[in-house]
Design a protein around this ligand. Structure first.
Ligand code: NAD
Length: 272
């Protein structure tokens, strides 16, 4: 019971990593609030948890919706001990899935033949809207939720925040520069806020997962998925529960001297 009775908000908890975190934290005694932009998926996770969990539908990229969500948490649960900023989107190519598949297929063939002639050209095709939405969900969403969480945590000078970044924020990702930028931004924000709120007893850390088997990878053609497995020294994609275990460590008192850091469960994909 490493999170006994701690009120925890997990954003994007209706699927994949967020769902696994919500379930794992509940096993450790947390009173979990599951947020998702899709109400039915948040409710499905809550149903799996049973007991004291609660679902709140809200778009983390909308500051008014985030404020309303935190007002509901304060009214119903009296405060917040742990925030996991996990909600995310993973659209890979602003020109759509088919264009991405065609390029990926062509490049793999060319790679085998020896010379790559098909260029990604993602940044030059990026629309303002695609760029803005990616940053809004990941970076603004993390900021909006952190801002509200800190108001509650500052009252008791205690709390833990875990931000889900990505290896893409550390090493870049050629097919999704907007995603790489958002995830790197989350790391800078994590370090800064960790320094800012340390004297209040609030810890802020990030997780940089490698390739994890969740619906966010659905747009990948089978060949690219296979390459992701092969590139990973452990030879497989990660399981969302493996990220949940890392989040549990950072959220719990076991990490009481850890703040402003990132932890990267990535199967050896990135070793630094
Ligand atoms: N799966 C991976 O390989 C991988 C690797 C590194 C980082 N991540 C990150 O992990 C996090 C979780 O991703 P996942 O793999 O579980 O994907 P997923 O698609 O299974 O889950 C993401 C969840 O976030 C929700 N969501 C999306 N936009 C939202 C918004 N504006 N407000 C509230 N909820 C929203 C979705 O509805 C979905 O339930 C994301 O931040 C993602 O970028 C994933």
């Amino acid at each position: 019971m490493r999170l006994d009775a701690r009120v925890t908000l997990v954003t994007g908890g209706g699927s994949g990593i967020g769902r696994a975190i919500a379930l794992r934290f509940a096993e450790e005694g947390a009173r979990v609030v599951v947020n998702d932009i899709r109400r039915e998926t948040a409710e499905a996770t809550v149903k799996e948890i049973g007991g004291q969990a609660r679902a709140i539908a809200a778009d983390v990229a909308d500051s008014a919706q985030v404020r309303a969500m935190f007002e509901e948490i304060e009214r119903a649960l009296g405060g917040l001990d742990v925030l996991v900023n996990n909600a995310g989107i993973g659209e890979v190519d602003p020109r759509g899935r088919e264009a991405f598949h065609a390029k990926a297929q062509a490049r793999i063939g060319e790679m085998m033949a020896g010379t790559i002639q098909t260029h990604w050209d993602v940044t030059q095709a990026m629309t303002d809207a695609t760029w803005a939405r990616m940053l809004a969900v990941h970076l603004n969403g993390t900021f909006y939720c952190t801002r509200e969480a800190l108001k509650l945590m500052s009252r008791v000078n205690r709390g833990a925040i875990v931000n889900i970044s990505s290896v893409a924020g550390l090493m870049g990702i050629e097919v999704a520069p907007h995603y790489g930028a958002a995830k790197a931004g989350i790391l800078g924000f994590t370090r800064s806020v960790a320094r800012e709120v340390a004297t209040r007893g609030i810890r802020v850390n990030a997780i940089c997962p490698g390739w994890i088997d969740t619906p966010i990878l659905d747009p990948l053609p089978p060949m690219v998925r296979m390459l992701a497995e092969r590139q990973t020294p452990l030879g497989r994609l990660g399981d969302p529960r493996e990220i949940a275990n890392a989040a549990l460590f950072l959220a719990s008192d076991e990490a009481s001297f850890v703040t402003g850091q990132w932890l990267s469960p990535n199967g050896g994909l990135l070793t630094i």
